[in-house]
Design a protein around this ligand. Structure first.
Ligand code: SAM
Length: 230
């Protein structure tokens, strides 16, 4: 998979893309992530990529020219057919595990990070295939949302996580939240680990975990539960 990110703050990404799981996925060649400074794609001699909104009002708007130039340049240099252009936007479809799974199957994603009041709407009309929001709140820019999206996708690429079972049992799989985890010591300040987990009986442990997951989901996220667990 290849992910191309267009931003006016490429340096914001370095610490996140250069650590932990994303760093390993890149090193293993599972994902190629490229950053593009939007200012490299403007013909404005002051490298300006924003302007005042037509019709007045507060704030600045990202101009279409550099964003179109950047996407067209990425597309012509990568020549990947199955690609998707995503605009990070609080007005987009809310990111969830299902969307992350769907998007992780693309060969190429081109992410556009907005800033200021947002982007000129012609970018959305003509260039963007999908708008993704990471939640119902407004952030300063699309950089943090792009990082959230990248993290959620990359861990789903086959071979990225060491143990593929960790994906099968995690929250949102099978419409359930994950069961509680415990590790050593078995008794911490008088709080004991449930005895069943120390029993060595894997069938019973599995049944206990399933019951716990259903109980937890019913209490915290009843909206997720499918009919048979209600
Ligand atoms: N004026 C816009 C509005 O009211 O919908 C908000 C613009 S916001 C200050 C600037 C940029 O941050 C957006 O263009 C988008 O790229 C990004 N952004 C902010 N909140 C976001 C969210 N919840 N999800 C995804 N992107 C977001």
């Amino acid at each position: 998979m290849r992910i191309d990110i267009i931003t006016i703050f490429p340096k914001m990404f370095e610490p996140v893309l250069g650590e932990s799981m994303i760093k390993r996925a890149r090193a293993k060649g599972k994902v190629k992530i490229q950053l593009y400074d939007l200012r490299d794609y403007t013909s404005n001699k002051h490298r300006k990529v924003d302007d005042r909104p037509f019709g007045g009002g507060s704030g600045m708007v990202m101009t279409p020219e550099p964003v179109f130039n950047a996407v067209e340049s990425i597309r012509s240099s990568s020549r990947i057919r199955k690609s998707k252009v995503i605009l990070l936007s609080p007005q987009g479809k809310k990111l969830d595990q299902k969307a992350a799974k769907r998007l992780s199957k693309y060969k190429q994603l081109i992410l556009i990070c907005g800033h200021y009041e947002g982007v000129d709407d012609r970018i959305r009309q003509r260039l963007v295939d999908e708008e993704i929001s990471i939640g119902d709140y407004v952030l300063t820019g699309g950089e943090l949302p792009a990082m959230v999206l990248v993290d959620s996708l990359v861990r789903l690429i086959p071979g990225v996580l060491g143990d593929k079972n960790s994906l099968n049992f995690e929250s949102f799989e099978g419409n359930l939240l994950e069961y509680a985890h415990y590790t050593r010591p078995s008794d911490f300040r008088g709080i004991r680990v449930p005895a069943i987990l120390l029993s060595g009986d894997h069938k019973k442990i599995e049944a206990w975990r399933k019951k716990e997951a259903i109980r937890k989901t019913r209490r915290r996220r009843p909206d997720l539960l499918c009919a048979k667990y209600k």
